[in-house]
Design a protein around this ligand. Structure first.
Ligand SMILES: NC(=O)c1ccc[n+]([C@@H]2O[C@H](COP(=O)([O-])OP(=O)(O)OC[C@H]3O[C@@H](n4cnc5c(N)ncnc54)[C@H](O)[C@@H]3O)[C@@H](O)[C@H]2O)c1
Length: 281
């Protein structure tokens, strides 16, 4: 068996759109036995479910869609309980639910009602949601048996489970008119690192992905808010384009796979090289 094949069970938040949706297809194609697809918008999670079946390679593949608002602790706990009831365990926990910037406000407007509202909203979904989902996943994974795989150099313990959450290039760098989002994405890195450190001895890996611009509905909304985004990406990104969702989804699958069994606490940039240089002309 190739180490990249994933035979276990995945749980995905934000599975109704964009990166979460594509990572569901990537997990189905990688051979998982089951996926719990969750989103605040149940109908979009159900659409992902229907399409997932077309990508599945495991003959026993089964998926279930569930409504879950990641801001609500009871709903997050119910999501974990449902996944374990349906499939017995959670091997790969993927937290994609999130929201993007709502306005083009700047720091000097921080005390205005609209700006504070944006900070509160982004905090509740992006930060509190990440804390709740990662906490609940780690708690469940800690109760599971570790797995041993045999690689080219003999057997090794690949642990009890792997978690990937979505930060952003804004988890490393700042950007004008994006203060609230940047703040939340830095906070997600702190939650990820804490979870990785506190759960390493239990054999639970926790990592973040830090994509730059990825072709999803969130990115489309952002380009409406700031039309100069598209020409800017083309000009300043060394690879000259945005990422396709599968370039992020496939990396999520890699980080969850046994091939990545020594990677934990990392914020992995997927940015077409945009963070390589200070050269902007
Ligand atoms: N698209 C990009 O350019 C980009 C770049 C860097 C990071 N990211 C991050 O990747 C993640 C996914 O973004 P995307 O581009 O796929 O966005 P998207 O808007 O296409 O999908 C986000 C999903 O999250 C769901 N969601 C929103 N609030 C929720 C809540 N409270 N509870 C549960 N589900 C909720 C939405 O319904 C939607 O299905 C986000 O954290 C985003 O910040 C995206």
């Amino acid at each position: 068996m190739a180490l990249r094949e994933l035979p276990g069970i995945a749980l995905i938040t934000g599975a109704g759109s964009g990166i979460g949706r594509d990572s569901a297809f990537a997990f189905a194609a990688a051979g998982v036995r089951g996926i719990l697809l969750t989103d605040i918008n149940l109908s979009t999670a159900e659409q992902t479910l229907a399409e997932c079946r077309k990508h599945a390679t495991n003959p026993s593949f089964r998926a279930v869609a569930l409504k879950c608002d990641v801001r609500q602790p009871e709903q997050v706990d119910q999501m974990i309980t449902r996944c374990v009831a349906e499939f017995g365990r959670i091997d790969y926990g993927v937290h994609c639910a999130g929201i993007g910037r709502q306005t083009l406000s700047v720091m000097t407007e921080a005390s205005t009602a609209a700006s504070l509202q944006e900070y509160d909203l982004l905090y509740s979904v992006n930060v509190k949601g990440t804390l709740l989902v990662l906490g609940a996943l780690c708690k469940q994974m800690a109760t599971q048996e570790s797995r041993i795989v045999t690689g080219r150099n003999g057997p090794r313990n690949v642990g009890r489970g792997s978690i990937v959450c979505l930060s952003s290039g804004n988890g490393y760098v700042a950007e004008p008119n994006k203060g609230a989002y940047t703040t939340m994405k830095h906070a997600i890195m702190a939650i990820m690192k804490t979870a990785a450190l506190e759960n390493a001895a239990l054999g639970i890996r926790v990592n973040a992905l830090c994509p730059a611009w990825t072709e999803t509905p969130m990115h489309q909304r952002d380009t409406v808010l700031l039309p100069m985004t598209a020409p800017m990406i083309e000009k300043y990104t060394p690879l000259g384009r945005t990422a396709m969702p599968e370039e992020v989804g496939d990396t999520i699958v890699f980080l969850c796979s046994d091939s990545a069994s020594y990677i934990t606490g990392t914020g992995l940039m997927i940015d077409g090289g945009v963070s390589l240089s200070l050269h902007v002309g």
